[in-house]
Design a binder for this molecule. Structure first.
Ligand code: FES
Length: 178
């Protein structure tokens, strides 16, 4: 593993992962990814995907490790984690339901869809931010525009994209999550 450089403390909601260690297989994958770019910084997003793919989220320690690996400051990595909605700063459920709440979807029923999921899963529809069921199976979260505004309401379940989601279709999606 690369040595972690001294870093500035990060004041953020990133979850700590004290036992963070990069296994040899992931290290090899990351070493390969870095060689694909003319400068190390350009590999930032790919390293974030690789780390999240392995750990399920990007912890504070992971941000610091990636920054050290790419010879960046942690803030250079942290800003990517907070900017892109596909990255998670804390653990999420096995199935991550992301409901678009931007204007077209809001007008098309996304708030009702979000509430439907919350009620079905025993979560609070009024709560702010992502919520995860006690068994860790589902996380429900509002996100901003998913770039299919003409087919509202739009949502994602992990990487699967769903358009024009009715409550009936929402129940089917939950049923498909085994
Ligand atoms: S407003 Fe929902 S996809 Fe654009």
């Amino acid at each position: 593993m690369s040595e972690i450089h001294p870093t500035e403390p990060i004041s953020s909601p990133l979850v700590s992962q004290p036992d963070f260690a990069v296994p040899a297989e992931l290290q090899a994958e990351i070493d390969g990814l870095v060689t694909h770019y003319p400068n190390k910084r350009s590999a930032s997003l790919m390293l974030l995907h690789a780390v999240q793919g392995h750990f399920g989220y990007i912890s504070r320690e992971a941000v610091e490790w990636i920054a050290a690996r790419l010879e960046l400051q942690p803030i250079n990595v942290y800003e990517l984690v907070t900017f892109y909605p596909m990255f998670h700063a804390k653990p999420v459920g096995r199935y991550h339901l992301k409901v678009c709440r931007t204007l077209s979807c809001a007008l098309g029923g996304s708030y009702e869809l979000h509430e439907h999921f919350c009620r079905k899963l025993g979560l609070d529809p009024q709560a702010h931010g992502a919520q995860t069921t006690k068994d860790g199976k589902f996380t429900v979260e509002f996100v901003e525009c998913l770039a299919s505004c003409g087919t509202a309401p739009v949502m994602m379940c992990n990487d699967a994209f769903h358009e024009g989601v009715s409550e009936k279709r929402a129940d089917e999606i939950l049923g498909e999550c085994k």
